[in-house]
Write a protein that binds this ligand. Sequence first.
Ligand code: SF4
Length: 290
Amino acid sequence: MPRGVVPRQPARTGRQDKVKVNVQRTTSTAEDTRKPASKRPTVAPKRTIPKPVSSKSAPKKTQVSKYNPIAPERVQEILKRLNDLYPEVTCALTHASAWELLVATILSAQSTDVNVNRVTPELFRKYPNVEAFAALRPEQLEPDVRSTGFFRNKSKSVVGAAKKIVEEFGGQVPDAIEKLLTLPGVARKTANVVLGTWFKKAEGVVVDTHVHRISRRLELTKENDPPKIEQDLVKILPRERWILFSHQIIWHGRKLCFARKPKCVDCALENICHAGDKTWSTVDMHKNAQ
Ligand code: SF4
């Protein structure tokens, strides 16, 4: 310090004139310190405003994707693989007309297509058209269809359907589902077989024993009642696949996806199938999917 310069002394009044004191309030003022701690106003801590975070630097949320068995992409994959496996399949029941297909389908209930195909060629030689069946009494037909099982009911249905077709539909099998459903022995499965296979009309999905079982294994439905299974399937399948899907699934059920001991090791759908009764699996199995 240069000679003669006296450093500033504190004022006797205790006030420091012209001296700017840059007091930074942090936690309390001098006045505050004179008050009991309980009466001092609380001073909010300095807030730190967070910087905006760019989307690049934001921590990524872990995406937990929930398995949805009827997600469109999964359904499409199933349809694609079925197409690769069974590109050109159709109904396995031998027939040459809508009437013959109707009779064969009625006879196929609780029986196999092979069994029905053994019976129908001779049956249609003996009774060559719907009028010939309409002229019968059910008992007359019974011996001819006995080997397909439930032959009394089936005879009644076939003869009853023939009479109704002759009397009410001019001898022609109707091509409308509402009319088909009025025929004795005809429920949605039989009506959908005739409409889809003969008339090429997609009015619904055929739900037979194979479609029932495999749709549940593939988790396309949780239902057990065929009309409800059909409702589920028409919601998730594109309409142009309703007819072919049933044929493909029926063939898959005959070739690999048997009711007991399905051949999962040879199945092209294996890694997207979580059926609870698989015989071999590379994916987790869902016990309700069966
Ligand atoms: S993996 Fe097995 S259960 Fe699943 S569709 Fe194929 S054969 Fe059927």
